[in-house]
Design a protein around this ligand. Structure first.
Ligand code: FAD
Length: 298
């Protein structure tokens, strides 16, 4: 990351919300479920699948989690009624993890039940390291009763290979990504070269062991490596998918799809856009350039 970009990232918490909103619009479908439906339709018309996230995390009150869980059940109904090619992604801290683990488990169970009724699928996103063990534990508990659930593993975590070894035994359906939270060195690798090698090592392990993987990256070197392993193993199209975020590198997205692979785009929507937007802006290598252009009217 350039020095200028680092500076912009450091000052982000002081940037007024309307400006953050302006720069982050591309990453979010909009405030309402209709916005998500519109974006999914556009993606589906290009042969691209979606996973929809209702924005929200770290809720402070059980009623917020209940409302979010009901929102996901409504969303699954809409996806079914409108015949959209989409599943859903959710965060445990949006479902009340930090308030009461069993309450959170029950909320997710209800969503998975609803998804099963519509023959659909629920993925549990991975948040920061304080939630990793709970996420894996809740996922494995749910997996005992349901096939239509998956979770996420982050290649930057030092524990990742051990977690993969365990999850492979359960033939887990996993999204595999680098990881986005700012973690302490004790728990996560900080060196991008190591993170990339750990991504490749874990991906090979998952695909060799016939786990279904959502290969979630915009890093073309890692996409190339995934394609190499897929080719070596002679995997069929239905045995894996690529995943990318809304608003990021649409050209690479089209290249992967036109090459005949399945690809799913993460489509977040809702009023709680701020935390998600800041994470996305921090990893945008052109952030400093955008800000300067806007400020100086270039
Ligand atoms: C579908 C999906 C779901 C995810 N779910 C999770 C999750 O549950 N938990 C979690 O911790 N992380 C999640 N992530 C984020 C992930 O961990 C990475 O932080 C993110 O994908 C960037 O890493 P990268 O592999 O694309 O590589 P990078 O090296 O970060 O990026 C590669 C290239 O992609 C482009 N790029 C990347 N991000 C942006 C951006 N925001 N704006 C513009 N260009 C960009 C740039 O050109 C960059 O050079 C998810 C990512 C995807 C694609």
């Amino acid at each position: 990351m350039s020095l200028l970009n680092k500076l912009v990232v450091l000052t982000l918490p002081f940037v007024p919300k309307p400006i953050v909103h302006y720069f982050s619009k591309r990453y979010i479908a909009g405030p309402h479920v209709e916005d998500a439906v519109r974006v999914i339709r556009e993606l589906n018309s290009k042969g691209i699948m979606a996973t929809v996230d209702i924005l929200g995390e770290e809720i402070k009150d059980k009623s917020e989690a209940e409302a979010a869980a009901a929102g996901y059940c409504d969303l699954l109904k809409i996806i079914n009624e409108q015949k959209l090619d989409a599943n859903v992604s959710l965060k445990l801290t949006h479902m009340g993890l930090k308030l009461d683990k069993d309450f959170c488990y029950q909320n997710i169970r209800d969503i998975i039940e609803t998804a099963a009724k519509y023959n659909n699928f629920v993925r549990i996103d991975m948040e920061d390291h304080t939630t990793t063990s709970d996420t894996i534990e809740i996922f494995l508990r749910l997996k005992k009763d349901y096939e239509n659930v998956g979770t996420v593993i982050q290649a930057y975590m030092r524990r990742t290979q051990k977690d993969l070894n365990e999850l492979i035994k359960h033939k887990a359906n996993l999204r595999y990504c680098k990881g986005i939270y700012n973690e302490p060195r004790e728990v996560a690798y900080k060196d991008m070269a190591i993170i990339n090698e750990n991504f490749k090592y874990g991906l090979e392990k998952l695909l060799h062991n016939k786990c279904y993987v959502g290969i979630a990256t915009h890093d073309e070197k890692l996409v190339w490596h995934a394609l190499k392993v897929i080719d070596e193993l002679g995997l069929k199209r239905e045995e894996y998918e690529f995943q990318m975020l809304l608003g990021v590198d649409e050209q690479l997205r089209d290249i992967i799809v036109n090459d005949g692979h399945r690809l799913r785009v993460y489509v977040p929507f809702g009023e709680q856009w701020y935390a998600y937007s800041v994470r996305r802006l921090k990893e945008n290598p052109n952030m400093a350039g955008y800000v300067f252009k806007a400020v100086f009217g270039l």
